[in-house]
Design a protein around this ligand. Sequence first.
Ligand code: ARG
Length: 264
Amino acid sequence: MKSQKKVLFIIFTVLTMMILAACGQSTSTSETLNVGTDAAFAPFEYMDKGEMVGFDVDLLAAVMKEAGYDYELNNIGWDPLFASIQGKELDLAISGITINEERKQTYDFSVPYFQSTHMIVFKEGAGITNANDLVGKKVGVQNGTTGQSAAEKIMGVNSPTNMKYENTAVAFMALANGDVEAVVTDNVVASEYVKNNPDAKVEAIEDHTNFESEFYGLMFPKGSELKPKFDEALKTVIENGTYAELYKKWFGKEVNVEELLKAE
Ligand code: ARG
């Protein structure tokens, strides 16, 4: 009788402890943020031996650490990024995303973290000297990017020779195959492709008259409470030297962060 009571007491105690532990866990575990990207945009985000790497990937890690969040980075593709941020299935996105007025109607953006412009990539000797030469040529862009709008500004919206691809890597493939004569994309991505693909025999040019300067930011659902926290974290990472280190690692040169901080 006595030992039966003892067993019951032990069972009761163990159950109570399990319940308390479960409760404790749900309150002490910090929330894991769901981050999305389109990892076909080297050197910002791309797959290397099955791993997601790049400047954005490293910057995200630094900013998350600074802001004190756990997170998961998911490679969901470019178009789904926007839909998932709008639907709030993602907490934020990092993907070399340009901050512009049109997108600001639907999404919130962090302070800028990178300055960019567009470049035209084409086969060596194709004789393209500026963006106006794109008229009448088959030009590849990543669908829904500012590269698409930059090309459309020259070629006309819905130009039949403006070919839209799901990601930038596929657009480059189309260029290598001869399906298109040029690709318009972000300058650093264009240079990286030229550098890494000597066999493709391509070159890239800028055009400061036709292509504007733009800035990348983290993208959030409209009204997200995370934005002010990540603005702070991002500024800290830019000011404390972490940003410059990552910049050097991925782009091989020094950066003047003053200009970036001024751009806000
Ligand atoms: N900066 C351009 C834009 O925002 C292109 C970004 C594409 N990024 C990517 N990961 N595919 O439209």
